[in-house]
Write a protein that binds this ligand. Sequence first.
Ligand code: SIN
Length: 284
Amino acid sequence: MAIDVQSGPGGFAGEVRGADLERAGDFSAIHRAFLDHGVIVMRDCSLTPEAQIAFSRRFGPLMGRRPSTPDKVLMPGLPEIVILSNRKVNGETVGITDAGRYWHSDLCFEEKPNMATILHAVEVPPEGGDTLFADLQQAYETLPDTLKSRIDGKRAAHTFRKHYLEVMAAGSPRPPLTQEQFEALALNYHPIARTHPETGRKTLFVNPGHTTEIEGMDEAESQDVLDALFEHCLQPEFIYRHQWKAGDTVIWDNRRVMHNAEPYDMDRYTRHMHRSCIHGDKPY
Ligand code: SIN
């Protein structure tokens, strides 16, 4: 069967059909679709954790343990897989129960943020739990000139601490970080408009979850510019909504998109996902 990509509006988000994640010869077509569309969806994948790790490694080295991820949510024996889940075993949750319920880009607060995320759905709720993706390449390309000139050459600060403290204060059931992990969470500055190292296109690299301030601006101006950027990025024409089915594997390019996982009824339904993350470069 030939590999075929059905693209979403504006070329953002594509469904790749006829490719097999475990067939080495299919990788270049999958990688091309990933660069062209920012988010790619593959349906009906029966992907074991070992096969997910082997496939993920074709993109590059995996992120492995991070200070922002409690050890308890790593798959036993396979720490390259983070479990996102509300499943309980012996009364204990096995994964991050409320991961990603806000607009963010994975691990953008690291010096070398995550390049790609691969999320495989093992069990999904019949309603709720969709993931939204915003295309920050189209957002940059359509930014009004007045706003573009305000961010020209500027960097913004990114941190995980703010979000972590907020969710824990709100009573998150996720396992807490150790004091050592919390202290190891760094603050990093990245260009607000970054150049995608593989496509050469410019994208915005800010998100409401982790971007806290713009370097060299006072607090009020910084917030004003960030709010204007977020409002621009979150226009419906830049957004793809993924409604999960069990067996879906979705791969997204964190250099081009931010995402947001919607809640679902955790008392009635189970959502169990396997996530692997690929190392990226220092943004420029
Ligand atoms: C994440 O932010 O990595 C979680 C996304 C999701 O569970 O849909």
